[in-house]
Design a protein around this ligand. Structure first.
Ligand code: MSP
Length: 528
């Protein structure tokens, strides 16, 4: 995909009933790493994120806080959700809010089309609803606790809170018409839903048969009005899923829509079903292409449980970034957790990896190489002589790392991508230990060899900085500038990523400059 092809990637839009925790930041970072990678590789990239502001959950939270829902949403977006993007260094291209006029208008058009084409009918809904999930529930999705506060009541298995029983006149989407087409889609496009565990669950769910979906509510009015019946508002998930289309011109700018659509969707596995069943069925009904992919990543676990605000295990992203910085946050979660699987967060693990991998492994390597260039060559990158076997080995490792990382990122295996890049760190550290440039520097007779060794490590760092820039943009940019590459080669983000493994790009004769520790020692004890 190095031909400038479209790479449109989305995060879920987040509920504004509460402030973000590290689970939300995790999705943001993963999407940002993928989009920075593709953007730097020359693909026509677009990263969308935003907020989900309608529905009963937000209405109730706002009311409980004595505010109108719109005012509540405005406050949360300004004070919490947009600042999150700064906190973890997200380079998004757009931020959509479901209360944006552009979104509300396009949702109306979409609904009207489905209505005109006979995909919607009026009916009566009678059943269970969990406001926490904003989802209609079946009996087997509920528990009946034998003890505790809610003993004898029906509670949602996810939120452990009582559900509500609804009896309303609703409009329904004929989703049951699309079961077979969805199964055909999963079959013919096996990577449509990933990872495999999520795909299997989705297929099993659809095979059981789909019901029609209630897509409107009439008992409250915080939502987008149904165009032909303004006494109803659109069901919050139906409204929310459409953000992915309305943000890129659906209903308004067909040219833009054709350029961006279809999308790659990153979601937590808890909401994969909405994205891999309801959403493609909606698109099929409207005659639009289905997404390229729905990737359901795993949960961050704290103390073995899914981290969540409602269970009071939520950790604010700034608790981590204030001490370790945004790069360390990004690196840690992308490296330590196999993307697609659950992963446990612990302060000990974060501190240990920070120290071993970022500070000692990468940071020290960069500082040592720059310091040796300053000490032995007055800061000038020397001309390399003929490479020996060890030098050639470095070149091979760099080339392989670049190829393997790109292939892993293409598969959304972010952890493998980072690990592939890290082979350069290990190789360069081993190379320096073996070549002992400080010994070579003692003898004029080995001066030429010293030049080759330091030119080789500097060029290795050049490739490393470029390949790390989607993951740890700040540190990579600092190293880039210290290498003198900024002046010689231009901005790091303008370096074609798929060419990063090509040897010999950093010109001899340019000057390095002082590099302070990229990942300084953290003295303060970290609270656990
Ligand atoms: N508003 C809906 C999504 C609509 S998309 C059309 C929603 N919002 S949410 O605020 O609850 O955020 C859900 C997303 O946050 C999850 O899909 C996941 O991306 C992320 N996470 C929330 N808790 C998480 C963990 N503990 N671990 C990992 N990701 C988590 O659902």
């Amino acid at each position: 995909m190095s031909d400038g092809s479209s790479f449109y990637i989305t995060t879920p839009i987040f509920y504004v009933n509460d402030v973000p925790h590290i689970g939300h930041a995790y999705t943001e970072v993963a999407a940002d790493v993928l989009s920075r990678w593709h953007r730097q590789a020359g693909d026509d990239t677009w990263l969308l994120t935003g907020t989900d502001e309608h529905g009963q959950k937000i209405l109730r939270t706002a009311t409980a806080n004595g505010l109108e829902p719109q005012e509540w949403a405005d406050r949360l977006v300004a004070s919490a959700w947009k600042p999150l993007l700064e906190t973890v260094d997200i380079a998004n291209d757009d931020f959509i809010r479901t209360t944006d006029v552009r979104h509300e208008e396009a949702v109306g058009k979409f609904l009207q089309k489905l209505h005109d084409d006979g995909h919607i009918y009026a009916g009566e809904y009678e059943g269970y609803y969990c406001v926490g999930c904003e989802e209609y529930k079946q009996r087997d999705e509920l528990d009946e606790p034998l003890s505790g506060e809610y003993q004898g009541q029906l509670v949602c298995k996810i939120h452990s809170r009582p559900i509500e029983i609804l009896k309303e006149k609703n409009y329904f989407f004929r989703m049951s018409d699309f079961g077979q087409r969805l199964l055909d889609l999963y079959e013919s496009q096996p990577d449509f839903v990933q990872p495999e565990s999520v795909r299997n669950e989705i297929i099993q769910f659809v095979r059981q048969g789909l019901s029609d979906l209630s897509i409107s509510r009439s008992s409250f009015d915080w939502g987008i009005k149904v165009p032909w019946d303004p006494s109803h508002v659109v069901y919050v998930w139906f409204d929310a899923l459409l953000n992915y289309a309305t943000a890129v011109g659906y209903g308004d700018d067909p040219e833009l829509f054709a350029r961006r659509w279809p999308a790659y969707h990153l979601v937590g596995k808890d909401i994969a079903r909405f994205h891999a069943v309801i959403w493609p069925a909606m698109l099929m009904a409207a005659g639009l292409d289905v997404p390229h992919k729905v990737f359901g990543h795993g949960w961050l676990l704290v103390g073995g449980e899914k981290m969540s605000k409602s269970k009071l295990t939520g950790i604010a992203p700034s608790q981590i970034t204030d001490t370790f910085g945004s790069d360390a946050f990004r690196y840690y979660f992308m490296r330590a957790i196999s993307f697609g699987q659950d992963g446990s967060f612990s302060w000990e693990d974060l501190s240990a990896r920070y120290q071993a991998e970022l500070a000692n492994g990468f940071g020290n390597l960069a500082s040592r190489v720059i310091a040796m260039l300053q000490r032995y060559f007055d800061g000038e990158i020397p001309v390399s002589g003929e490479p020996n076997e060890a030098d050639l080995e470095v070149r091979t490792v760099v080339a392989d790392a670049a190829t393997n990382a790109d292939a892993a990122i293409e598969r959304f295996a972010i952890h493998e991508g980072v690990a592939a890049v890290w082979t350069i760190v290990d190789e360069l550290n081993g190379y320096i230990t073996e070549q002992e440039p400080w010994v070579l520097a003692k003898d004029e007779a080995t001066r030429e060899r010293l030049k080759t060794v330091l030119a080789t490590t500097a060029e290795g760092l050049r490739a490393l900085a470029v390949l790390l820039s989607p993951v740890i943009p700040k540190a990579a940019g600092t190293l880039w500038a210290a290498l003198g590459a900024q002046d010689a080669l231009g901005d790091i983000t303008a370096q074609p990523l798929r060419d990063a493994g090509r040897w010999g790009q950093l010109p001899a004769g340019i000057r390095v400059s002082q590099l302070d520790a990229l990942f300084p020692r953290i003295e303060a004890a970290v609270a656990s």
